[in-house]
Ligand binder design. Sequence first.
Ligand code: F6R
Length: 242
Amino acid sequence: FETPFQGSAFAAVQIANLIRARQMEGKKCVLGLATGSTPISLYKELVRLHKEEGLSFANVITFNLDEYYPLEREAVQSYWSFMHRNLFDHVDINPANIHIPNGEWKQDEIKKYCLDYEARIDAVGGIDLQILGIGNNGHIGFNEPGSSIYSKTRLVNLENSTRIANSKDFQNISKVPRLAITMGISTILKARRILLMAWGFKAGIVARSVEGDVTEQVPASLLQQHNDCVFIVDQQAASELT
Ligand code: F6R
């Protein structure tokens, strides 16, 4: 797409069509959602579709990819806050249908909560459509380079480059959590359809992910193994594709 706005509008239409199709069948629609700067315009467009074109989220169930650890839910930097600020507070989703890994989980119980997160996804029939962004190091969710293709929801270490990229939301780098809870690569690959969005300066990593070797060193390259994954990019992010 020429601009991030056009790419976001395309992604929003994909989501809206799926929600409406499921509504017609009297079924739930299960969305996997991402945070970060990339999907902000997508969420803005979804809110517009709700307010101006009657798109209802009453049948929507969501699972977010990740959350910093430890971090209070109410902190402005939490992905819980991000999702409510940018989407959930402005649409008619049932709060009981919202799932976000919790940065307040007790450390000695995290394994249990992570297993439970996976079980909840399975219990609603799996994710219909997963939205992803991409880190400059190729991470998807917070699955940093080296993450196994078999990985599931778990506690991970963040790379320093990720902490630096995200430090703009915190007072300084030392305040950025060193850990996060993230869905795994296998959790993501189980989604029936995947839309990865990338804008601007990400051309290098987009090209490596789409045209490079499939390797755990570039987590997004593992998406080449999925049979319904689309990269939505603007002109700049597409500029290194051959
Ligand atoms: C966020 C997430 C991350 C981001 C990635 C890109 O939930 O899963 O993988 O998508 O770090 O972040 P932005 O969009 O801020 O460039």
